[in-house]
Ligand binder design. Structure first.
Ligand code: GAL
Length: 350
């Protein structure tokens, strides 16, 4: 973790950014205000943030970190940060963005409800000349390229982690096991896939690359027994895996979940079915939520992949601050995923 924090500090320095201090109020649509101490422009900067929905474990950690990191900045500016709940409704979120623009916000940080809405949001921000930092849900490449060579180029960016990498890491977590996950030794991994939200690139890539990487590293074949959509949700993960266990029983050797919330549900279903992770089934997730790390430590999950909400939120805030200062942004800022297993989980525990 220390290593990660050091990397983050370097990342922030590379972005060439600085900070300020703050107090905050927590409301469903929370606003934090930061006041100035040291040198700096001494400006009041209005930051509008919209999260695709508040009721998401990982994005809750992410948004809390955005708030506390803004509050910790000490660059002489005052940051007024308003964070709104997109309620998983693109129309609602678009409305919030329209309001931020009308109210003259200085910069937006947007976790889109639907990545396909990026083009509309970019156009709105470009018309108003307001910088925009997309987070967590990667827009299409064509949308990110849409202002190349124009004034708005360098005023919007995507900060995220490459979902292909998280998928590959999941595949490796299983392929690197002594038995390569192939409990029955037939040279084929029989698996169940629990998908987040098929519209989302994180879900698409994790679903695809976990399996392709498994095949590449292990040399085994794969057989998909079941693939269901769990919307990143623990209760849905539990239901899907409970049903799969009834239907396929001992045939299931591995359960891949696109995120930890669903893996936590899967772990409950596995335990309820009298199966034991590490002995007669394997289970992997992504995010490294605290509860998932505890399960990895106890051996009740085979592994997870750290989705670094601290690194991503700090990079997003640093990019927003940089854009407000008038400096050009890169088109993308990437933060690495990290594999978490029983062997190294201690490094990730607080
Ligand atoms: C993913 C994360 C999921 C969920 C999703 C929302 O990166 O792994 O848990 O938060 O983002 O878009």
């Amino acid at each position: 973790m220390k290593k990660l924090l050091a990397l983050l500090a370097v990342g922030a320095m590379l972005l060439g950014l600085v900070g300020c201090s703050s107090t905050e109020k927590e409301t469903p649509e929370s606003t934090s205000e930061a006041t100035t101490e040291t040198t700096g422009a001494g400006e009041t900067v209005k930051v509008g943030v919209s999260i695709y929905k508040f009721d998401d474990n990982f994005m809750t950690l992410y948004r809390e970190e955005i708030e506390s990191y803004f509050a910790s900045l000490d660059d002489g500016n005052t940051y007024e940060v308003t964070i709104q709940d997109g309620k998983n409704d693109q129309a609602e979120q678009t409305n919030q963005i329209d309001n931020f623009i009308q109210q003259g916000y200085d910069v937006l940080i947007i976790n889109l409800v639907q990545s396909t809405s990026a083009a509309t949001v970019i156009d709105k921000c470009a018309d108003a000349d307001i910088p925009c930092v997309f987070i967590n849900r990667e827009p299409e490449e064509a949308d990110m390229d849409s202002y190349d060579g124009q004034d708005y180029e360098g005023k919007f960016t995507y900060v995220g982690a490459d979902a292909r990498q998280s998928g590959k890491f999941q595949g490796e977590l299983i392929a690197d096991l002594e038995d390569k996950g192939d409990l029955n030794g037939d040279g084929v991994l029989q698996y169940v896939m629990v998908v987040g939200d098929p519209e989302n690139v994180d879900a698409k890539y994790r679903t695809e690359f976990s399996i392709s990487q498994y095949g590449e590293v292990s040399g085994n074949d794969v057989e998909k027994l079941d693939e269901q959509r769990g919307d990143w949700d623990q209760a849905k993960g539990q239901e899907i895996v409970a049903n799969a266990l009834v239907k396929y029983g001992d045939k299931i050797e591995a359960v891949f979940c696109n995120n930890d919330a669903m893996a936590l549900g899967a772990a409950q279903a596995i335990e309820a079915a009298g199966r034991t992770v590490g002995k007669d089934i394997y289970l992997v997730g992504v995010d490294a939520l605290d509860d998932a790390k505890d399960l990895v430590k106890e051996g009740k999950m085979t592994g997870t992949v750290l989705n670094d909400h601290v690194g991503q939120s700090h990079t997003a805030v640093d990019a927003a601050v940089k854009a407000v200062s008038g400096a050009k942004l890169d088109k993308y800022y990437w933060v690495d995923y990290v594999k978490v297993t029983q062997a190294n989980v201690e490094e990730f525990l607080d």
